[in-house]
Design a protein around this ligand. Structure first.
Ligand SMILES: *[C@@H]1O[C@H](CO)[C@@H](O)[C@H](O)[C@H]1NC(C)=O
Ligand SMILES: *[C@@H]1O[C@H](CO)[C@@H](O)[C@H](O)[C@H]1NC(C)=O
Length: 410
């Protein structure tokens, strides 16, 4: 059965000052809920929020000045000294206005964070849901800075703290003290804006550990492309330019990129992934649902609604619209070409309209989860991490894949 998650994703998200990402945040929580409440699901693991008490003295605070936090579930047995660090996603803020708004949400303040959350997918503690990582120490680091854990600065007038990089460091320091320093293997993962963060911080993460520790990184739905929208504009680049400039991201971007390109370009994975030294796995839908909705066909770029039916349901697309999506997929494949030539890297680019497939029970490791060839996502990531086999899985183009769990945009 192909399970389709209907998504009430209200269009018209654009404000004059930029993207209102509050809607895409509720999108993610809606999906979580849908998954945990799906029939057949047994008891869900619920993990409490821990605030990082030592963070304030380091200035490592959320947008509103509150303490950042994480959820940790301890590993056991053979996984007791292994760690999965998963960086939460949830868009970005690129203007004073959108960052001020964000302070009133869980993406900008720990005052509004859930006090406990469900651990599913790569964070599940059940072997039958998460075969390779279920008994590892598993951590979800909350995202409350709005710049993929990479900003540095503040805005006095609006009481905004741009401290993503400090939050990253404070979280790693705390987790090292809680036992991660003894890790014999570790994986830095993340989804969406957290998937971008796992690319940005991958080598820093590796450098926390001795050479003998096996360290790799997984980026899920983090391949945000510098693409052209249906009206010929550059929505995501314009937004990223705001994020990078407002939040002081430049100094935390890899110098291998910033010595060659402008800082905004260096926030795009296509200009980063081939320079990451640590082994990395890129998991992404070729027609990433968030990018389709917010970067390729934002409502401002489709004022007459000519794309609305097609965006919602591909069976309503004409041939040139399908071609537009295929061009986007080709850009994604180009973006990972050099990356994929390295033996240490892994790839799973499935031809689905999805977003974040490692956190969800239904896409990670169920009988009807998405597959390329005959292999699903959890097994692909495990095969790559443990060097069981090389994984360079690129799906045939739409519409050959019948295993997708597509997000339906409304
Ligand atoms: C977590 O799981 C429980 C069921 O175990 C469910 O009632 C709750 O809504 C879930 N919470 C989220 C945020 O998905
Ligand atoms: C497909 O639809 C778009 C939007 O309505 C239109 O501009 C384009 O000409 C159409 N292409 C074909 C081949 O019908």
């Amino acid at each position: 059965m192909i399970m389709k998650l209907v998504l009430l994703w209200v269009l018209g998200l654009w404000s004059v000052s930029g993207i209102d990402l509050s809607r895409s945040e509720s999108f993610l929580s809606y999906l979580d809920e849908e998954v945990t409440m799906s029939p057949g699901s047994t008891t869900t693991l619920i993990v409490p929020l821990t605030l990082i008490q030592g963070a304030a003295s380091k200035g490592a605070v959320c947008l509103d000045g509150t303490l950042p936090g994480y959820h940790l579930h301890r590993g056991f047995g053979s996984g007791a000294n292994s760690w999965v660090i998963h960086l939460e996603g949830g868009g970005w803020c690129n203007t004073i206005r959108s960052c001020v708004f964000r302070k009133t949400t869980r993406r900008g303040s720990s005052k509004f964070m859930e006090k406990s959350i469900n651990f599913t997918g790569i964070l599940s503690n059940k072997a039958e849901e998460n075969p390779d990582f279920y008994n590892w120490n598993r951590v979800r680091v909350r995202y409350c800075d709005g710049a993929s854990f990479a900003g540095e600065g503040q805005n006095e007038a609006n009481k905004l703290y741009f401290r993503g990089q400090r939050i990253w460091l404070a979280a790693m320091e705390e987790l090292m003290a809680k036992g991660m320093q003894n890790a014999n293997q570790a994986i830095l993962s993340g989804c969406s804006a957290g998937g971008l963060a796992s690319i940005l911080h991958c080598d820093e993460f590796k450098n926390l550990f001795p050479e003998t520790t096996k360290v790799k990184c997984l980026s899920d739905a983090g391949l945000f492309l510098d693409a052209t929208n249906v009206a010929g504009g550059h929505t995501l680049r314009d937004m990223y330019e705001g994020v990078v400039t407002l939040q002081g991201v430049q100094k935390n971007l890899p110098s291998t990129c910033t010595s060659q390109k402008d800082p905004t370009s260096c926030f795009f994975p296509q200009n980063l992934v081939s320079n990451v030294k640590t082994p990395m796995f890129l998991l992404n839908a070729a027609y990433d649902a968030w990018q389709v909705d917010q970067s390729l066909i934002p409502s401002l770029a489709d004022p007459h609604g000519l794309w609305r039916a097609c965006k919602t349901d591909r069976s309503h697309c004409n041939s040139s619209q399908i071609q537009f999506f295929q061009d986007f997929r080709n850009q994604m494949l180009d973006a990972v070409k050099i990356f994929s030539e390295s033996n240490q890297n892994g790839l799973f680019i499935n031809s689905c309209f999805a977003h974040c497939q490692s956190e969800r029970k239904d896409t990670w490791y169920e009988n009807d989860s998405p597959r390329i060839g005959n292999k699903g996502i959890a097994v692909s990531v495990g095969d790559w991490f443990f060097d069981r086999t090389a994984v360079k899985a690129i799906d045939c183009p739409y519409s050959c894949d019948k295993t997708c769990h597509d997000v339906i945009l409304k």
